[in-house]
Design a protein around this ligand. Structure first.
Ligand code: ACO
Length: 425
C-alpha cells in the first residue's frame, strides 16, 4: 500500500515524485541497494529516464507542448527558428534575441570545404541517412573547438553548428545522389528557404523560393522539432551520458531515427496510399488492417503514446491542402488519404482501439508534392529533430543528477560452467 507520498514495497517506502503536470513517478533509485531487485520494463513503457522541462505529451488528450506552448499555436504562429530558440533557451525570444539567434545560425550554415570531398567517398546510390550518419559523426573531426562538453559556451556553439549545418548536409546528400553540384548556402534566405534552394536550385539559374512551400516546410520542421524521450532522443541522451562529443551523439540519434518504426513511417504511409490508388479500394485495405491473420497495418495510424488524434496530424492535414493548391498538384493520393481517414475514424475497430492518424499520415504526401524523393523523408525528420536532440543533450549535461546511463537486465542465460577444450566438445 502506498500512502500519498510513497509507494510501499516490502519494508521499504519509495518516494513518489510529482512533475508540473502529468503522471507521478516512483523514485526507485534505492530499490536495488535496499531489496536486491531490479525493475523489468522492456521498451521503457513505464519508466521515466530523466527529469525534463522541454516537452510535455498527454497522449490520451492529444496534447503536445513545447516549454508549455501548444504545438498547434507554434505551428500556426511561430517559425522554426523561434521554436529552436524556445527549445534551447526555455522562453520565447524578444525580437532582438530572435534576430541575433537567426544571425548566428545563418552564419554557421557553411561546411568545412574538406567535407565536400568526404561526400565523394560514398556511392552515388547511398541512402541519404547513411550519408547523414557519416558526415555528422565526422563533424567532430572538423570542429575541435566545440567538443568540450563541460564548457557551456562550447556546448552552445556545437548546438548552433549542428542546427545550422544540418540543412546543408541534407541538401548535399540529395545533390550527391542526383549527380548535381553542391550549392553553397545563401545568407539572404530564411533557414527553410535556404534549404529549399540548396536542395532544388542549380548554379546555372536563380532559384525562387515559393513562400507557401517555404511556410509549409517550416511548419513540418516545427512539428518534428522535439517529442520528449522517444527512441532517438533517448539514444542521444544515452550516448551523451558517457561524455561523448555532441556530433557523435547526434550521429547516434540519426542512426536510431532511420528505423522504419520511428522516422521511416511517413515513407511507408505514402507507399500505402499510392498502393491503394483510388478511393474505391479503401474498404479492401481497411478490411485487411482489421484481419488478425493479415500482418498489414494502416501505416500512419496509431501511436505508442497518442490514443487520440495526434495534434501534429491536424496541422499536417491543413498544410497538404495549402501546398496542393499552391503547386497546383492534382494527386489522387490526397483524396485517398482524406477518405481513408474518414472511413477509419468511423469504423468501430479503430474507435475501440483508439487508432487515429499520426503525424506521418500526411507528411509524406506533402513532402512528395514539394518534390522530395521518399529516401529524403527521414533525412528531413533528422534535420528538424536536431534542435530537440541538442536541447535535450544540453539539458542532460547541465543536470547535476546526470550520470552515465547503464540499464540492468533479467539474466536468463546459462549459470556458471567450466570451459571445455575444443577437442572434447
Ligand atoms: N492498423 C491496424 N491495426 C492497428 C494499427 C494500425 N495502424 N496500429 C495498431 N493496431 C492494432 C494492433 O493490431 C493491436 O490490436 P490487438 O489489441 O487486437 O492486438 C492494437 O491496435 C494495439 O496495437 P499495438 O501495436 O500493441 O500498439 P503500440 O502502441 O505498441 O503500437 C504503433 C503503436 C507501432 C505506432 C502502431 O500503431 C503501428 O504499427 N502503426 C503503424 C505504423 C506507424 O504509423 N508508425 C508511425 C508512428 S509515429 C512516429 O514514429 C513519428
Amino acid at each position: 500500500m502506498a500512502d500519498t507520498n510513497t509507494l510501499k514495497f516490502g519494508d521499504h517506502d519509495y518516494p513518489v515524485m510529482s512533475g508540473s503536470v502529468g503522471p507521478q513517478v516512483v523514485d526507485i533509485r534505492k530499490l536495488y541497494s535496499e531489496t536486491g531487485m531490479f525493475t523489468y520494463d522492456p521498451g521503457f513503457t513505464s519508466t521515466a529516464s530523466c527529469e525534463s522541462a522541454l516537452t510535455y505529451i498527454d497522449g490520451d488528450e492529444g496534447v503536445l507542448l513545447h516549454r508549455g506552448y501548444p504545438i498547434g499555436q507554434l505551428a500556426e504562429q511561430s517559425s522554426f527558428m523561434e521554436v529552436s530558440y524556445l527549445l534551447l533557451n526555455g522562453e520565447l525570444p524578444s525580437k532582438g534575441e530572435l534576430d541575433e539567434f537567426t544571425h548566428t545560425i545563418t552564419r554557421h550554415t557553411m561546411l568545412h570545404e574538406q567535407l565536400a570531398t568526404f561526400y565523394r567517398g560514398f556511392r552515388r546510390d547511398a541512402h541519404p541517412m547513411a550519408i547523414m550518419c557519416g558526415v555528422v559523426g565526422a563533424l567532430s573531426a572538423f570542429y575541435h573547438d566545440s567538443t568540450d562538453i563541460n564548457d557551456p559556451r562550447q556546448r552552445m556553439i556545437a548546438s548552433h553548428r549542428l542546427i545550422a549545418k544540418m540543412p546543408t548536409i541534407a541538401a548535399m546528400a540529395y545533390k550527391y545522389s542526383v549527380g548535381q553540384p553542391f550549392l553553397y548556402p545563401d545568407n539572404s534566405l530564411s533557414y527553410t528557404g535556404n534549404f529549399l534552394r540548396m536542395t532544388f536550385g542549380v548554379p546555372a539559374e536563380p532559384y525562387h523560393v515559393n513562400p507557401i512551400v517555404e511556410r509549409a516546410l517550416d511548419r513540418i520542421f516545427i512539428l518534428h522539432a522535439d517529442h520528449e524521450q522517444n527512441a532517438s532522443t533517448s539514444t542521444v541522451r544515452l550516448a551523451g551520458s558517457s561524455g561523448a562529443n555532441p556530433f557523435a551523439c547526434i550521429a547516434a540519434g540519426i542512426a536510431c531515427l532511420w528505423g522504419p518504426a520511428h522516422g521511416g513511417a511517413n515513407e511507408a504511409a505514402l507507399n500505402m496510399l499510392r498502393e491503394i490508388g483510388t478511393p474505391d479500394r479503401i474498404p479492401e485495405f481497411i478490411a485487411r488492417a482489421k484481419d488478425k491473420n493479415d500482418p498489414f497495418r494502416l501505416m500512419g495510424f496509431g501511436h505508442r503514446v497518442y490514443k487520440n488524434y495526434d495534434p501534429r496530424a491536424t496541422v499536417m492535414q491543413k498544410t497538404v491542402r495549402e501546398v496542393f493548391d499552391a503547386l497546383k498538384v492534382n494527386d489522387p493520393v490526397f483524396e485517398v488519404a482524406l477518405q481513408l481517414e474518414h472511413m477509419a475514424l468511423n469504423d468501430p475497430y479503430f474507435i475501440e482501439k483508439k487508432l487515429f492518424p499520426n503525424v506521418d499520415f500526411y507528411s509524406g504526401v506533402i513532402l512528395s508534392a514539394i518534390g522530395f524523393p521518399t529516401t529524403m523523408f527521414t533525412a528531413l525528420f533528422a534535420l528538424a529533430r536536431t534542435v530537440g536532440w541538442v536541447a535535450q543533450w544540453n539539458e542532460m549535461i547541465s543536470d547535476p543528477a546526470q550520470k552515465i546511463g547503464r540499464p540492468r537486465q533479467l539474466y536468463t542465460g546459462p549459470t556458471q560452467r567450466d570451459y571445455v577444450e575444443i577437442g572434447k566438445r
